[in-house]
Design a protein around this ligand. Structure first.
Ligand SMILES: [Zn+2]
Length: 297
């Protein structure tokens, strides 16, 4: 069902990355700049991420011997240094996720570039190196994003949903590896219920949510795909949900043939396979359209 699967390391059947977007309370400040600081309940729900969930998640990764990727808005890096230090101590990747989770599509090209550069500076200060990857806040990859990422030397993007396996984004400026995921692997639809964030869903039981994520995994395992979970510490890191995640990780490891890796390692592997000719990725030429699509009769 996948015509050109990636040759994963050591003959693995699929690659798996549990990426965690540590948005913390950036979300409520962005949504309600005038009165966010009085929204104590929402702030407490979001601070659960860095304060309670991150230590729990890192302990799980340590126990299972996993290195993974955390996408963190730069504002959160500045405000939650302990969580960041703990991620780095565990050998995990910290990748770019905007400055304060701003929507790139709301800004001009220059504004988008400004926030991208500010985020890079903060990550460099915190980690000692430039970020290799980016995920657009709320998947808001704009028609300038690929060019700006290429200009700033990013190795990969993880915002788009165009395939089951890595592929290439090509623009007039160069190219970039896309490590895709999709809403079926995101924890907002099954779990998030917040009037302050204007996102009200019927909260699913953890076993039901995991059932969906696991079905995606089984298909990727069968067909050589890339399984990228887009989860959030304040959402999936809550007790019953994380307990269910631990069961899922245990199942994946017991099944075997699964390459757990941070996205930077997956991107580097894909790049090597492209260079040695063992992988021919699909290419998306961007932008998809140069002019608005006319629907006038
Ligand atoms: Zn986010």
């Amino acid at each position: 069902m996948i015509s050109n699967p990636v040759p994963w390391p050591d003959g693995a059947r699929c690659a798996v990355a549990i990426t965690l977007d540590m948005d913390a309370d950036s979300l409520v400040h962005l949504a309600h700049p005038k009165d966010s600081i009085s929204r104590m309940s929402a702030i407490s729900m979001l601070r659960y991420g860095p304060e309670v969930a991150i230590p729990r998640i890192l302990e799980t990764h340590r126990r299972f011997g996993l290195r993974q990727t955390f996408f963190v808005p730069a504002w959160c890096i500045e405000h939650y240094p302990r969580a960041i230090e703990a991620m780095l101590a565990g050998g995990h990747e910290i990748a770019h996720h905007g400055y304060i989770h701003e929507n790139p599509r709301d800004g001009t090209r220059e504004e988008q570039h400004h926030w991208l550069k500010r985020g890079i500076e903060v990550i460099e200060r915190a980690t000692g190196g430039r970020p290799r990857g980016w995920r657009a806040p709320l998947y808001n990859f704009s028609d300038h994003s690929a060019d700006l990422l290429i200009e700033e030397g990013f190795a990969y993007d993880a915002s788009l949903m165009g395939d089951d396996i890595p592929y290439l984004l090509r623009t007039e400026r160069g190219e970039l590896i896309e490590l895709p995921s999709h809403w079926g692997l995101d924890d907002w639809p099954p779990y998030v219920h917040s009037l302050d964030l204007d996102y009200v869903m019927q909260v699913m039981a953890p076993d039901r949510a995991i059932e969906g994520f696991e079905a995606e995994f089984e298909a990727m395992w069968e067909h050589g795909g890339l399984w990228v979970a887009v989860w959030h510490p304040f959402v999936s890191g809550r007790l019953a949900r994380w307990r269910a995640v631990e069961r899922l990780i245990g199942h994946m490891l017991a099944k075997g043939g699964v390459w757990f890796a941070p996205l930077e390692d997956i991107a580097a592997h894909v790049r090597r396979c492209i260079e040695d000719g063992s992988y021919q990725p699909r290419v998306d030429q961007l932008p998809y359209y140069r002019e608005p699509i006319s629907i006038a009769r």
